[in-house]
Write a protein that binds this ligand. Structure first.
Ligand SMILES: NC(=O)c1ccc[n+]([C@@H]2O[C@H](COP(=O)([O-])OP(=O)(O)OC[C@H]3O[C@@H](n4cnc5c(N)ncnc54)[C@H](OP(=O)(O)O)[C@@H]3O)[C@@H](O)[C@H]2O)c1
Length: 277
Protein backbone atom coordinates (compact mmCIF):
# COMPACT_ATOMS: atom_id res chain seq x y z
CA UNK A 1 0.00 0.00 0.00
CA UNK A 2 1.56 3.27 -0.97
CA UNK A 3 1.36 6.12 1.49
CA UNK A 4 0.27 9.42 0.03
CA UNK A 5 1.41 12.70 1.59
CA UNK A 6 -1.57 14.72 2.82
CA UNK A 7 -2.39 17.83 0.81
CA UNK A 8 -1.32 21.07 2.43
CA UNK A 9 -3.44 24.14 2.00
CA UNK A 10 -1.39 26.91 0.42
CA UNK A 11 -1.50 30.55 1.54
CA UNK A 12 -2.52 31.61 -1.99
CA UNK A 13 -5.59 29.36 -1.90
CA UNK A 14 -6.47 30.63 1.58
CA UNK A 15 -6.14 34.23 0.39
CA UNK A 16 -8.45 33.58 -2.57
CA UNK A 17 -11.00 32.08 -0.17
CA UNK A 18 -10.71 35.12 2.12
CA UNK A 19 -11.40 37.43 -0.84
CA UNK A 20 -14.50 35.43 -1.73
CA UNK A 21 -15.55 35.42 1.91
CA UNK A 22 -15.28 39.20 1.97
CA UNK A 23 -17.51 39.58 -1.08
CA UNK A 24 -20.34 37.23 -0.12
CA UNK A 25 -23.07 37.47 2.40
CA UNK A 26 -22.90 33.71 2.75
CA UNK A 27 -19.58 31.85 3.02
CA UNK A 28 -18.56 30.62 -0.45
CA UNK A 29 -18.84 26.93 -1.21
CA UNK A 30 -15.40 25.36 -0.96
CA UNK A 31 -14.60 21.79 -0.10
CA UNK A 32 -11.19 22.71 1.35
CA UNK A 33 -12.18 25.60 3.67
CA UNK A 34 -15.41 26.55 5.38
CA UNK A 35 -16.81 28.34 8.41
CA UNK A 36 -18.38 26.28 11.18
CA UNK A 37 -21.52 27.28 13.06
CA UNK A 38 -19.44 29.47 15.41
CA UNK A 39 -17.87 31.31 12.48
CA UNK A 40 -14.45 29.65 12.96
CA UNK A 41 -12.59 28.47 9.87
CA UNK A 42 -12.12 24.77 9.28
CA UNK A 43 -9.92 23.06 6.69
CA UNK A 44 -10.09 19.63 5.05
CA UNK A 45 -6.32 19.28 4.66
CA UNK A 46 -3.26 19.98 6.76
CA UNK A 47 -2.60 23.68 7.20
CA UNK A 48 0.93 25.11 7.49
CA UNK A 49 1.84 27.74 10.06
CA UNK A 50 1.80 30.67 7.62
CA UNK A 51 -1.62 29.76 6.24
CA UNK A 52 -3.00 29.19 9.74
CA UNK A 53 -1.81 32.63 10.85
CA UNK A 54 -3.25 34.22 7.70
CA UNK A 55 -6.67 32.71 8.37
CA UNK A 56 -6.63 33.39 12.12
CA UNK A 57 -5.68 37.00 11.51
CA UNK A 58 -7.96 37.89 8.60
CA UNK A 59 -11.14 35.79 8.88
CA UNK A 60 -12.60 38.24 11.45
CA UNK A 61 -12.08 41.12 9.00
CA UNK A 62 -13.26 39.23 5.90
CA UNK A 63 -16.50 38.15 7.62
CA UNK A 64 -17.33 41.52 9.15
CA UNK A 65 -20.53 42.82 7.56
CA UNK A 66 -21.06 46.03 9.56
CA UNK A 67 -19.09 49.23 9.69
CA UNK A 68 -15.47 48.61 10.57
CA UNK A 69 -12.49 50.94 11.13
CA UNK A 70 -9.05 49.32 11.16
CA UNK A 71 -5.88 51.39 11.50
CA UNK A 72 -2.35 50.26 10.79
CA UNK A 73 1.12 51.56 11.45
CA UNK A 74 4.44 50.04 10.51
CA UNK A 75 6.90 51.09 13.16
CA UNK A 76 10.32 50.48 14.62
CA UNK A 77 10.84 48.96 18.09
CA UNK A 78 11.15 52.50 19.40
CA UNK A 79 7.84 53.58 17.93
CA UNK A 80 8.97 55.57 14.88
CA UNK A 81 7.25 55.45 11.50
CA UNK A 82 9.81 57.51 9.57
CA UNK A 83 13.07 59.35 10.05
CA UNK A 84 13.06 63.06 10.90
CA UNK A 85 13.31 63.85 7.18
CA UNK A 86 10.26 61.65 6.44
CA UNK A 87 12.13 58.64 4.99
CA UNK A 88 10.07 55.50 5.67
CA UNK A 89 10.80 53.02 2.85
CA UNK A 90 11.02 50.51 4.25
CA UNK A 91 10.76 50.08 7.98
CA UNK A 92 8.95 46.78 7.57
CA UNK A 93 9.82 43.67 5.60
CA UNK A 94 8.03 42.25 2.57
CA UNK A 95 5.67 40.06 4.63
CA UNK A 96 4.39 43.13 6.52
CA UNK A 97 3.96 45.07 3.30
CA UNK A 98 2.03 42.13 1.87
CA UNK A 99 -0.16 42.17 4.99
CA UNK A 100 -0.85 45.87 4.38
CA UNK A 101 -1.90 45.16 0.79
CA UNK A 102 -4.20 42.40 2.07
CA UNK A 103 -5.83 44.87 4.45
CA UNK A 104 -6.34 47.28 1.55
CA UNK A 105 -7.98 44.52 -0.52
CA UNK A 106 -10.31 43.39 2.28
CA UNK A 107 -11.59 46.86 3.16
CA UNK A 108 -13.61 49.33 1.09
CA UNK A 109 -11.55 52.49 1.51
CA UNK A 110 -8.02 53.42 2.56
CA UNK A 111 -7.51 56.77 4.32
CA UNK A 112 -4.26 58.75 4.59
CA UNK A 113 -3.42 62.19 5.94
CA UNK A 114 -2.11 65.03 3.83
CA UNK A 115 1.32 64.61 5.47
CA UNK A 116 1.74 61.13 4.03
CA UNK A 117 0.57 62.19 0.57
CA UNK A 118 3.08 65.05 0.49
CA UNK A 119 5.96 62.98 1.97
CA UNK A 120 5.48 59.68 0.09
CA UNK A 121 3.32 60.38 -2.97
CA UNK A 122 1.76 56.90 -2.41
CA UNK A 123 -0.47 54.96 -4.83
CA UNK A 124 -2.36 53.02 -2.13
CA UNK A 125 -3.23 50.26 -4.60
CA UNK A 126 -3.20 46.50 -4.06
CA UNK A 127 -0.11 45.17 -5.83
CA UNK A 128 1.56 42.48 -3.69
CA UNK A 129 -1.48 40.18 -3.83
CA UNK A 130 -4.42 39.76 -6.20
CA UNK A 131 -7.42 41.65 -4.86
CA UNK A 132 -9.91 44.47 -5.20
CA UNK A 133 -8.70 48.05 -5.25
CA UNK A 134 -10.10 50.17 -2.39
CA UNK A 135 -11.28 53.74 -2.82
CA UNK A 136 -8.39 56.00 -1.82
CA UNK A 137 -9.19 58.84 0.58
CA UNK A 138 -7.07 61.91 1.34
CA UNK A 139 -7.68 64.00 4.48
CA UNK A 140 -6.67 67.46 3.30
CA UNK A 141 -8.49 70.06 5.45
CA UNK A 142 -6.36 72.96 4.21
CA UNK A 143 -6.20 71.92 0.55
CA UNK A 144 -2.40 71.71 0.64
CA UNK A 145 -1.97 68.52 -1.38
CA UNK A 146 -0.49 69.53 -4.77
CA UNK A 147 -2.30 68.55 -7.98
CA UNK A 148 0.63 66.51 -9.32
CA UNK A 149 0.50 63.74 -6.68
CA UNK A 150 -0.25 60.25 -7.99
CA UNK A 151 -3.50 59.82 -6.04
CA UNK A 152 -4.92 62.75 -8.02
CA UNK A 153 -3.41 61.74 -11.39
CA UNK A 154 -3.35 57.93 -11.43
CA UNK A 155 -6.76 56.42 -12.20
CA UNK A 156 -5.94 52.88 -10.98
CA UNK A 157 -8.67 53.35 -8.35
CA UNK A 158 -11.16 56.08 -7.40
CA UNK A 159 -9.86 58.83 -5.11
CA UNK A 160 -11.95 60.81 -2.64
CA UNK A 161 -10.30 64.12 -1.76
CA UNK A 162 -11.75 65.46 1.51
CA UNK A 163 -11.09 69.17 1.94
CA UNK A 164 -12.18 71.81 4.44
CA UNK A 165 -14.50 74.71 3.64
CA UNK A 166 -12.96 77.82 2.07
CA UNK A 167 -9.97 75.92 0.68
CA UNK A 168 -8.57 76.36 -2.81
CA UNK A 169 -7.28 72.85 -3.57
CA UNK A 170 -4.92 72.41 -6.49
CA UNK A 171 -6.32 71.59 -9.93
CA UNK A 172 -6.47 69.77 -12.24
CA UNK A 173 -7.64 66.41 -11.02
CA UNK A 174 -8.52 63.30 -13.00
CA UNK A 175 -12.05 62.00 -13.54
CA UNK A 176 -11.35 59.30 -10.94
CA UNK A 177 -11.22 62.03 -8.28
CA UNK A 178 -14.25 63.17 -6.29
CA UNK A 179 -13.77 66.21 -4.11
CA UNK A 180 -15.91 66.51 -1.02
CA UNK A 181 -16.05 69.36 1.49
CA UNK A 182 -16.43 68.43 5.15
CA UNK A 183 -16.90 70.87 8.04
CA UNK A 184 -13.98 71.42 10.39
CA UNK A 185 -14.27 70.51 14.07
CA UNK A 186 -11.36 72.00 16.00
CA UNK A 187 -8.10 71.38 14.15
CA UNK A 188 -9.51 69.00 11.57
CA UNK A 189 -12.42 66.81 10.55
CA UNK A 190 -14.16 64.82 13.21
CA UNK A 191 -12.98 61.21 12.61
CA UNK A 192 -16.53 60.00 13.24
CA UNK A 193 -17.79 62.40 10.56
CA UNK A 194 -15.20 61.08 8.10
CA UNK A 195 -16.33 57.49 8.71
CA UNK A 196 -19.97 58.57 8.43
CA UNK A 197 -19.32 60.29 5.10
CA UNK A 198 -17.59 57.17 3.78
CA UNK A 199 -20.38 54.85 4.98
CA UNK A 200 -22.94 57.10 3.26
CA UNK A 201 -21.00 56.53 0.03
CA UNK A 202 -21.16 52.75 0.36
CA UNK A 203 -17.74 52.46 2.03
CA UNK A 204 -18.48 51.07 5.51
CA UNK A 205 -15.21 49.15 6.05
CA UNK A 206 -12.26 51.48 6.26
CA UNK A 207 -8.48 51.18 6.66
CA UNK A 208 -6.77 54.18 8.27
CA UNK A 209 -3.31 53.65 6.81
CA UNK A 210 -1.37 56.56 8.30
CA UNK A 211 0.56 58.48 9.14
CA UNK A 212 0.98 58.84 12.86
CA UNK A 213 -1.01 62.05 13.26
CA UNK A 214 -3.99 60.63 11.40
CA UNK A 215 -4.07 57.28 13.21
CA UNK A 216 -3.60 59.02 16.57
CA UNK A 217 -6.59 61.30 15.92
CA UNK A 218 -8.83 58.35 15.01
CA UNK A 219 -7.65 56.39 18.06
CA UNK A 220 -8.13 59.37 20.38
CA UNK A 221 -11.64 59.87 18.99
CA UNK A 222 -12.53 56.29 20.01
CA UNK A 223 -13.74 55.28 16.54
CA UNK A 224 -11.26 52.48 15.78
CA UNK A 225 -12.28 48.83 16.03
CA UNK A 226 -8.78 47.45 15.51
CA UNK A 227 -5.23 48.69 15.32
CA UNK A 228 -2.62 46.64 13.50
CA UNK A 229 0.86 47.60 14.69
CA UNK A 230 3.57 46.00 12.59
CA UNK A 231 6.71 46.23 14.68
CA UNK A 232 10.05 45.78 12.95
CA UNK A 233 13.24 44.85 14.85
CA UNK A 234 14.80 48.20 14.08
CA UNK A 235 15.85 51.18 16.20
CA UNK A 236 15.56 54.55 14.44
CA UNK A 237 16.23 56.58 17.58
CA UNK A 238 14.47 59.77 16.51
CA UNK A 239 12.05 60.81 13.81
CA UNK A 240 8.30 60.83 13.15
CA UNK A 241 6.39 59.17 15.96
CA UNK A 242 3.71 56.57 15.40
CA UNK A 243 1.06 57.15 18.06
CA UNK A 244 0.94 60.42 19.99
CA UNK A 245 -1.93 60.55 22.45
CA UNK A 246 -2.92 62.97 25.21
CA UNK A 247 -0.70 62.63 28.32
CA UNK A 248 -1.88 60.37 31.14
CA UNK A 249 -0.94 60.76 34.81
CA UNK A 250 -0.35 57.15 35.80
CA UNK A 251 -0.16 53.77 34.11
CA UNK A 252 -3.59 52.99 35.52
CA UNK A 253 -4.87 55.24 32.76
CA UNK A 254 -2.95 53.44 30.00
CA UNK A 255 -4.95 51.62 27.38
CA UNK A 256 -4.51 47.86 27.60
CA UNK A 257 -6.43 46.48 24.65
CA UNK A 258 -6.83 42.77 24.05
CA UNK A 259 -4.05 41.77 21.66
CA UNK A 260 -3.30 38.92 19.32
CA UNK A 261 0.19 38.55 17.86
CA UNK A 262 1.25 37.12 14.52
CA UNK A 263 4.60 36.62 12.86
CA UNK A 264 5.16 38.67 9.72
CA UNK A 265 8.61 37.58 8.54
CA UNK A 266 11.05 39.25 10.94
CA UNK A 267 8.33 41.66 12.10
CA UNK A 268 5.60 41.08 14.69
CA UNK A 269 2.01 42.07 14.05
CA UNK A 270 0.07 43.22 17.12
CA UNK A 271 -3.64 43.00 16.32
CA UNK A 272 -5.17 45.24 18.98
CA UNK A 273 -8.88 44.71 19.48
CA UNK A 274 -10.27 48.07 20.56
CA UNK A 275 -13.99 47.45 20.14
CA UNK A 276 -16.23 44.50 19.41
CA UNK A 277 -15.06 43.70 15.92
N1 LIG B 1 5.15 53.39 8.64
C1 LIG B 1 3.88 53.60 8.33
O1 LIG B 1 3.00 52.74 8.56
C2 LIG B 1 3.50 54.87 7.67
C3 LIG B 1 2.23 55.01 7.13
C4 LIG B 1 1.90 56.24 6.55
C5 LIG B 1 2.83 57.25 6.56
N2 LIG B 1 4.06 57.07 7.09
C6 LIG B 1 5.02 58.17 7.17
O2 LIG B 1 4.45 59.09 8.06
C7 LIG B 1 4.87 60.41 7.71
C8 LIG B 1 3.64 61.28 7.67
O3 LIG B 1 2.90 61.08 8.84
P1 LIG B 1 2.43 62.29 9.73
O4 LIG B 1 1.99 61.70 11.03
O5 LIG B 1 3.51 63.31 9.73
O6 LIG B 1 1.22 62.89 8.90
P2 LIG B 1 -0.16 62.25 8.35
O7 LIG B 1 -0.88 61.56 9.43
O8 LIG B 1 0.08 61.52 7.10
O9 LIG B 1 -0.91 63.59 7.94
C9 LIG B 1 -1.32 64.46 8.95
C10 LIG B 1 -2.15 65.53 8.33
O10 LIG B 1 -3.29 64.96 7.69
C11 LIG B 1 -4.40 65.80 7.91
N3 LIG B 1 -5.32 65.08 8.81
C12 LIG B 1 -5.12 63.95 9.51
N4 LIG B 1 -6.19 63.63 10.24
C13 LIG B 1 -7.10 64.57 10.00
C14 LIG B 1 -8.42 64.81 10.45
N5 LIG B 1 -9.05 64.01 11.32
N6 LIG B 1 -9.03 65.91 10.01
C15 LIG B 1 -8.41 66.72 9.16
N7 LIG B 1 -7.17 66.56 8.69
C16 LIG B 1 -6.54 65.49 9.10
C17 LIG B 1 -3.87 67.06 8.57
O11 LIG B 1 -3.47 67.91 7.51
P3 LIG B 1 -3.07 69.46 7.73
O12 LIG B 1 -1.69 69.42 8.33
O13 LIG B 1 -3.08 70.02 6.37
O14 LIG B 1 -4.07 70.05 8.66
C18 LIG B 1 -2.70 66.48 9.37
O15 LIG B 1 -1.75 67.41 9.79
C19 LIG B 1 5.56 60.31 6.39
O16 LIG B 1 6.95 60.43 6.62
C20 LIG B 1 5.23 58.92 5.90
O17 LIG B 1 6.32 58.38 5.19
C21 LIG B 1 4.42 55.90 7.66
Amino acid sequence: MSATAPDTLESDAAWQWLCRLRDHERPPEDDRLWLDAQGAWQARDAVGDATRELLDCLVPLATHRERLAVAQLGQSLDGRIATQSGHSHYINGLESRTHLHRLRALLDAVVVGAGTVVADDPLLTVRHVPGRQPVRVILDPRGRVPGHVRLLRDAAAPTLHLVGPDTMPATPTGRHVTRLTLPLAGDGFSPAAVLEALAERGLPRVLIEGGGVTVSRFLEAGVLDRLHLLVAPLLIGSGRPGLTLAPIATLDDARRPRARTFRCGDDTLFDLILRNA
